[in-house]
Design a protein around this ligand. Structure first.
Ligand code: FAD
Length: 397
């Protein structure tokens, strides 16, 4: 690709920031990423990457590297409280590839971050500055000026065509530059841990994703064979200042209990914050990923949305005459889809945590819907391919 002569500065070397850096660099743009951490740091837990996100990553030439560190589960089983037979099993594996043209895979977050980081390092036109202490951005008619205090305490001012905040749920770009809202805490905690595969081998099928539903909680488990570990994520009400060392769901049932016993006190509590804002851009400053739209993770789509954002924004930034227009077109192209996915995810949270008797009706509906029906209902999420079309897609599309 020819160099575009354009320069972009991104705040945050998370999944969204690095994906955007790669997508821009592929078009020949010069990219500087400002990361406050001293290295790429992803929390030690798993991530499901669905076909809609995978299309973008594959388009960046990462499919082989991702295949090497990820696993494609055969299916996703949803178990009602105390049941040993799933209410519904959604086929994944080859079916996802055949139906959506890309795999549904699970991986360790750090492995995805590593794949992205290694790919970034291969581009001479991507510079990731770690340990950045502070930055300040001003948007003007010809782009942006960014004052940067680097890791060594040196200050400098850089000019660029646009500044994109990929700085996560508590984004400085959103709150400090775009005057956007604080993230909202929804009084729920994700308890996360990784356990050795052997410790849970008899409790779950190690070729599948297992979701155990209960009144007021649900537990998601999937294998990470590359790491010889199983990812456990338990979602339930709680407070950020929670001092407990492990989750304590009501009436978990024998299997959930056994999985919790395998985890012991290794859990880490992760308060769930969401972001809702209509202001994703102003002038030559914009937002991607959690900075723009952190959502509850009950459809496993937060990172996927950040990856899709990158796939839409990069071509606009390099092809549109001015970056402000590109950022406006990007927000317009993305906001409906992202809010539909966020709403769907929030609804899942309510459905998953139903208590008796609503849970009986829920389980019956799931069973009647069947695996293909369940997948058809999610078609609009997984089929979306921003590398083919950047237009709107929603449940009714
Ligand atoms: C329990 C749980 C399970 C999940 N499971 C899934 C899943 O299976 N699939 C899925 O798609 N999504 C999932 N998600 C959502 C997903 O984790 C997030 O949406 C995704 O990690 C957001 O990536 P990001 O790059 O936008 O933000 P972040 O990962 O938060 O990255 C932001 C980066 O910016 C840096 N930064 C912050 N502030 C500054 C600053 N001022 N200056 C410079 N750098 C800064 C940070 O250090 C960080 O590196 C899950 C979330 C949770 C909580």
């Amino acid at each position: 690709m020819p160099a575009t002569g354009r320069t972009f500065i991104i705040a945050g070397a998370g999944i969204s920031g690095m994906t955007l850096a790669l997508a821009l660099a592929k078009f020949g743009a010069t990219v500087v990423v400002l990361e406050r951490n001293p290295t790429v740091q992803e929390f030690g837990a798993g991530l499901q990457i669905s076909p809609n996100a995978r299309h973008v990553l594959d388009g960046l030439g990462l499919s082989e590297a991702l295949d090497a560190v990820s696993f494609q589960p055969e299916a996703l089983d949803v178990y009602p409280q105390h049941q040993t037979v799933p209410a519904v099993s959604m086929e994944l594996g080859q079916l996802m590839q055949d139906r959506f043209g890309a795999p549904y895979a699970v991986m360790h977050r750090a492995d995805l971050a590593n794949v992205l980081y290694k790919a970034c390092r291969r581009f001479a036109n991507i510079d990731i500055l770690f340990g950045v202490r502070n930055w300040d951005v001003v948007s003007h008619a010809r782009g942006v000026s960014v004052a940067i205090d680097d890791a060594a305490g040196q200050s400098r001012t850089s000019r660029a065509d646009a500044f994109i905040g990929a700085d996560g749920v508590h984004s400085q770009t959103r709150q400090g530059v775009l005057n956007g809202p604080q993230a909202r805490f929804g009084h729920r905690i994700a308890w996360r841990t990784l356990v050795p595969t052997d410790s849970v081998a008899g409790q779950i099928d190690l070729n599948r994703v297992s979701i155990f539903l209960g009144a007021g909680f649900h537990l998601v488990c999937y294998p990470l064979p590359y790491r010889r570990q199983v990812n456990l994520a338990m979602f339930m009400p709680g407070q950020p200042s929670h001092e407990a060392e492990q989750p304590s769901p009501q009436r978990p049932g024998p299997r959930v209990q056994a999985l919790m016993a395998a985890a012991g006190k290794s859990w880490t509590a992760w308060p769930l914050f969401t972001v809702e804002t209509g202001t994703w851009n102003d002038g030559n400053v914009g937002l991607v990923g959690d900075a723009a739209h952190a959502m509850v993770p009950f459809q496993a789509q937060g990172a996927a949305m950040g990856i899709e954002d990158a796939g839409v924004l990069a071509p606009l930034l390099v092809h549109q005459k001015d970056p402000a227009t590109a950022l406006t077109l990007y927000a317009k192209a993305r906001q409906d889809r992202v809010s539909q996915v966020a709403a769907h995810s929030a609804k899942n949270g309510r459905i998953f945590h139903m208590g008796w008797p609503m849970s009986v009706a829920r389980d019956m509906v799931m069973t009647l819907e069947g695996p293909r029906g369940h997948l058809r209902r999610l078609d609009w999420i997984y089929r979306h391919n921003v590398t083919e079309q950047n237009s709107k897609s929603g449940p009714n599309a």
